[in-house]
Design a protein around this ligand. Sequence first.
Ligand code: AP5
Ligand code: MG
Length: 213
Amino acid sequence: MKIIMLGAPGAGKGTQAKMISEKYGLPHVSTGDIFRANIKNGTELGKEAKKYMDAGQLVPDELTVKILLDRVAQDDCKNGYVLDGFPRTIPQAEVLDKALTELGDKVDFAINVDVPDENIINRMSGRRACVTCGATYHVVYAPTKVEGICDKCGSELILRDDDKPETVKARLEVYHKQTQPLIEYYDKKGVLKEVDGTVDMNEVFNSIVSILA
Ligand code: AP5
Ligand code: MG
C-alpha cells in the first residue's frame, strides 16, 4: 500500500503517518525528517536544506526528488510506504508518478488532513520533536512522560527552528501556493481522501483507518 499524507504545516501529517506506520507495518518516509537528520549530522545536504527550511521555503525539487527516490528504492519500501511531506509541488508528484508507472505501480491513497490556518500557529508553538526517532509531541495535546525527553527512544527533544510564528506564516503561504494544488491533482486521479484534522488525534486516526480498511 502506498499512501501520501497531504495537509498544511502542522496539520498532523507526521503524527498520523507514524500511527499508520505502526498499525500497518509500513515505513514512514518524511522528507522533512530526512533533512533534519542531515542538519543534525552536519552533512552538505543538511547545510543546503537548512537555508531554505529556516526561511520557510521549499528545498529545491532537484535535491528533494533524488533523496526521495533513493529512499523508496530501499528494500523496506518494497511492499509500500507512507509518504509524509512529499510530494509538495506538482513537479514532485509527476516525478513520483513516473517512477511508479515504470514499476507498474501507483499511489493508492492521498489523504488530506484538513486543518484551517487559524489552528496551526497554536499547534506549532507547543510542538516538540525528536530528531533521533522522528516522534512528535505537543506540550498540551501530546505530552511526554518526562518533560523534554522522547518517550520512545529517550533522546532530548527539540523545538524546531522553523516553528517560530513568522516562519510558520511563511510556510503557510508557501503551502497554499505550491502544495495545495496537489489536492486537485490527486482528486483527478481518484485517490484523494479527506479527513477532518481539527478533532482529537485518535479520532483523526480512526477516520483514516476506516478509509484504509
Ligand atoms: P516538514 O517537516 O514536512 O514540515 P511541514 O509540512 O511544515 O509539516 P510539519 O512537520 O510542520 O507538520 P505535520 O503536519 O507533520 O504536523 P505534526 O504531526 O508534527 O518540512 C519542513 C521543511 O522541510 C519544509 O518547510 C521545507 O523547507 C522542507 N521540505 C520537506 N519536504 C519537502 C519537499 N518535499 N519539497 C521541498 N521542501 C521540503 O503536528 C503538529 C503539532 O500538532 C504536533 O505538536 C502534534 O503533537 C500536534 N497535533 C497533531 N495532531 C493533532 C490533533 N489532532 N489535535 C491537536 N494537536 C495535534
Ligand atoms: Mg511533520
